[in-house]
Design a protein around this ligand. Structure first.
Ligand code: FES
Length: 198
């Protein structure tokens, strides 16, 4: 067992847990988008960032392992500002995602209410040339389920920078795809549909 202090209170946990798992096991909620308990954590969406005492930057709770003496904070002004910032960026990319809209609203970010947005959000709202074009947030859940659970390796993330996208490996048709729909099932923004893969 290891002792971890979360938000000022000490708890005992089994070794090998992540901060997210440990926090949830004692009823502390941390928002996530790219986390799935059956897949290896990836740290892609940055919604679950928390403070690790002694470290200057926020860290993703889904990929940070606990250890004896670890001290973390899951709620603070800094964390709230960070989550809002991330959600504004994600929402600007995929404003049609109901899951994302709901999560963003829970954090006070509503693209239908410009007054709820900070400077970055307002800027993204006015320019956002790609609003509505894609709902993919590049969280990688579809790629991971295809690789780790169905073992088909029919999806990958290709290209770099603003051209990054989910596609079959080498942008070619993947003959290993069996149309199981696992990728559509885990997609948090419903960008992939069962009809599309079957
Ligand atoms: S849930 Fe941790 S980075 Fe997405």
């Amino acid at each position: 067992m290891v002792t971890v202090k979360i938000n000022g209170t000490e708890h005992q946990f089994e070794e090998g847990m992540t901060v997210l798992e440990a926090a949830r096991s004692v009823g502390i909620s941390i928002p996530t988008l790219c986390y799935n308990e059956y897949l290896k954590p990836y740290g892609g969406c940055r919604v679950c960032l928390i403070e690790q005492v002694g470290r200057p930057t926020l860290v993703p709770s889904c990929t940070t392992q606990i250890f004896d003496g670890l001290e973390v904070i899951t709620e603070s002004d800094r964390i709230t500002a960070s989550r809002r910032f991330v959600l504004e960026l994600l929402l600007a990319r995929c404003p049609g995602s109901e899951k994302l809209q709901k999560l963003a609203k829970e954090h006070g970010v509503d693209y239908d209410d410009p007054d709820s947005l900070d400077t970055v959000g307002k800027y993204l709202l006015t320019r956002a040339p790609k609003r509505g074009e894609t709902n993919c947030i590049l969280c990688g859940l579809c790629v991971r389920v295809c690789q780790e659970v169905t073992l088909r390796h029919a999806l990958s993330i290709s290209n770099r920078g603003i051209d990054r996208k989910v596609s079959p490996p080498f942008l070619r048709y993947a003959e290993t795809c069996i149309g199981c729909g696992a990728c559509a099932y885990v997609c948090p923004t419903k960008t992939i549909t069962v009809e599309e893969v079957s």
